[in-house]
Every structure is written in structure tokens, then in C-alpha cells.
Design a protein around this ligand. Sequence first.
Ligand code: FAD
Length: 490
Amino acid sequence: MKRRDFLKVSGGLSTHLIVGGSLLSIREAEAQADLPIAALQKLLDPARDLVLVPSSKEFEKYNRSFNKRTQITPRVRVVVGSAKAISTTMLWAAKNGLRFAVRSGGHSFEGYSQSRDLVIDVRGMTDIELSADKKSVSVGSGSSLGSVYKALWPSNLAIPAGSCFPVGVAGHSLGGGFGLLGRAFGLACDSILSMEVVDATGQIRIVSGQENSDLFWALRGGGNGNFAVVTNFNFRTSSVRMVAKFGITWTKPVAQAVKIVQAWQQWLTDLPPAITGVLRLKKGQRGQIELHMFGLSVQSESNLNAELNRLQKVAGPPDNPAKTSTITFKAAATAFDGNEPLDDSVIMKGKSDYVTDPMTDRGILTLLNGLQKAPVGIAVLCDTYGGAINKIAADATAFAHRGNTKYSMQYYMQWPNQAASSDNIAIMQALYASMRPYVSGGAYVNYCDLDLGAGFAKAYWGANLPRLMKIKADVDPKNIFSHAQSVPQG
Ligand SMILES: Cc1cc2nc3c(=O)[nH]c(=O)nc-3n(C[C@H](O)[C@H](O)[C@H](O)COP(=O)(O)OP(=O)(O)OC[C@H]3O[C@@H](n4cnc5c(N)ncnc54)[C@H](O)[C@@H]3O)c2cc1C
């Protein structure tokens, strides 16, 4: 929601009413939530902060999240318009013994931005401002990726981040943030210069390489609902005007598809950092496998074509000639977004793996046979790492999957009815189990997965886990930032 719409909704209502367009009285709201809402309301700014209980008019709109499977209803949601409001709400929560979750874009696969008690929702903070020298951009943590791209492309600038516009910049960047500028400019977290946060004591602090540097380290890759609420990011901008976009598809029987994946892995070894791609594997027509690779290059289309020819020499000819075009970053980003509506919700499950040594033929065969035989559609998206992502030392930020990481694999599945959830999840779990011998054991926190069980923290943060746990104990000794897979204390 844009600031001006937000003010339209909340402004003008007297403070004895719940804001958000509802005529619910404070007394009714307190009875419904069984909480002293009036005390909170008195401390907030009715023109900027929105307090919602389930019967408030605006409640459903704000409650919707990407994954319907994990969506729950809180007793109260506070859509905060400032760092001060976050601090106030956190202190009120502590006084009333309430657990809370922090929500930005609401795309957490496992619903870690949801709570049965209180949600502190940062979508009231969406200001985006380019610095005078255009080298950095200040971004309110309630902004979506799309709104950041849109604010920057008139200046031929971008931050490297994911493709789907409605994803929240906060959850995305705090967990890493891979996108199609990744090999050229790094992960979204790698462009963070500083952040404003509200810490576990309710204090507003700046974190950067110079101030609170441990927290700055931890938040870049380990920051999702773990240490503090980020209210504002200062990102370094990267110059991007024209890009070369590509798409190439093969549809082949499993045995040939194995060879193409093998060729693709080999191709990655010498791939220039200018090119970032995703290889999507899924069941094709008539028992075949569809391999679709897409992405973009920040260098010329002729360089890109030379690289795609190099791949085809080993992989063999695709279904149709590779499609390439030189377009603005704006046009490429818009095309890759796929126009997911801002309020879209699906029932889904995701999982992830990392590949650090090229996968063996046997591993690829296991994967492709699994996809081909699965009674429901599962896609595996392989995100190419290397380039600027791997240039940064694996212990320079909390994001550990660098070094010899070749690519991540995201297992993705969605279906229309909740009744099918446990059967479908079991199918994905079986495929994932069959892949254990062929992958590194690492997992991507932004593709969070409850099935990781007790090993989740090691899988997400690898060798960075002990330092993260120590910082957790130092900055959040009462563990007020906690969810099913939050960083354990050291
Ligand atoms: C459709 C879709 C497309 C995606 N595409 C990509 C992609 O291209 N590349 C990629 O790397 N990932 C991608 N992801 C994964 C995405 O990066 C993560 O789901 C990310 O965590 C979502 O952030 P969010 O703010 O939207 O979600 P939320 O659910 O709001 O938050 C996710 C986590 O971050 C925490 N959090 C949110 N805001 C704050 C804050 N201000 N301070 C502290 N903690 C906070 C929450 O508590 C929660 O734990 C995609 C996910 C989906 C569903």
C-alpha cells in the first residue's frame, strides 16, 4: 500500500475508534482480541499506524499472505508507519506477554511472518528515496521489490534482487536475495550499506560496517525475524540500462535430459559473471522432461549468443532457436515478474538444496526420474551462483552459500485444494529424500522448509552458525524474535 493510500484509509478517524475504515469501537476490539487495545492505540499515531482486529474492515486485506497453507489469523495486527511505532508496539507486547511475528511482503513459504497473537506489519513504511549522488537508495522496509525497481529505473539503476515484484524487500534481502543480476552484482544483501532497526529492547539503532557491526553482519543473510525489526535499508545502487534477455528450451526423454543438465553444469564453469540464469526442470509432454533456461546478461547480446552457442555445442539443439533480445532492464524485469497480482495467494510447498560439486549422472537421473514419475507437477529451479555472489567470502556476511557453490535448487509445487496438502507434500518429500546423496546438505533460508527438522540452522547458515548464535544471545537474550526456525541462542 502506498503512503498516500494508507493516509486515506487511516486519516480522519477519531482515536476512540479502530482505524482502518472500521467503525468498531475500542471496547468491541478489546473484547475480541482480549487485549488492552486502547492503551496501545493511545501511544500510536492514528494518522500513520493502523491497528486491526479480525472484525476490522481492512483486516482480511492485510491478513492475506502468499502461502494459504500456512496462513493464520492474529488477535491483532499493527501496520506500523514508523520505527517509533514498532518500538511502542513491541514494548506493549512485552507488557502483555504477547508473542509477535514481523511481516513485510508475506511471502515466507512456511508462514514465519504470521502469529496467533500479534503481527508487527511494516507495510506502513514504504518511502523510497534516491540519494543526491544516486549511489544509494533509502528504502522503507515495507516496500515490495517491484516498487524499488520502479523507483530506480528512470535513473537506469537497480539493486540486484529477485524477480517477483510483490515479494517484500525486507524478508528477501535479510535472507540473501538471489535474482537475475546476481552474478553481475551479488545478492540483495550484498548491496546493503546500512539499516535502521528496532532492537530487542525497543531501541532504534543504525547498523552498518562502522556501527553495531556484528548485527550488520548477522542481518545480511540471517536477518529474517531473528535479531531486530529492520525499518529502513540503505542500498548501494548499480547502473543497469540495457540488458540482453534470453530463453532456451529443450524437451527430451530422461536419458537425453540428463546429458543436457550435465552440459549445463559444465557450461557454468566458464560462464562470464555478466550472465545470470535459472534452469527450470519439470515434467514435459509424453513422459519427457522440459528444461527451460532463462535469464539475462548485463553485457552485449552478441557475447550472450556466443555463450549460448557454447552451451548448445555440448547440450545439442534446443526445441527452437534460443530467443535473445536487447531491451531495457525495465522491460526485462517486467517480463520476468510474470505479473503476479499483488494480492495473489496459493497453496504451496517449497524446499531447497545446494550443489557445490557438479552433480553426478546418477544424481541428475534420480532427480529427473523423480520429476517424471511424480503424480503431481513439481518444478525444480536451479539458480546459478558464482560471479559476484561467490567473490564475497563465505564468512563476510551471515549468508554462507558462496565459495564453491555452483547453484541452488528450489523444489516448488502448488495445488488448488487444501485437502491434497499432505499427499502432495509427501510426494515432494520423497523426491527430496532421494536426492540426499547428491547434494551438499545446505538449504536457502529464503526457501524455508519446516521439514529440515533439527538440522535447519546448520543447513541454512553452515559454518556461520556459531557466530550467529553468539550474536543472538548477545542482542536478544530473551529470545523475543522467535519463530519455528529462528536462530537458536549460543
Ligand atoms: C512468488 C515468490 C517468488 C520468489 N522469488 C524469489 C527470488 O527470485 N529470489 C529469491 O532469493 N527468493 C525468492 N523468493 C523467496 C523470498 O525471497 C522469501 O520468501 C522472502 O523471505 C520473502 O520476503 P517477504 O518480505 O515477502 O516475506 P515475509 O513473509 O513478510 O517475511 C519473511 C521473513 O522475514 C521476516 N521479516 C520480514 N520483514 C522483516 C523486517 N522488517 N525485519 C526483520 N525481519 C523481517 C519475517 O518475520 C519472516 O521471517 C520468492 C518467494 C515467492 C513466494
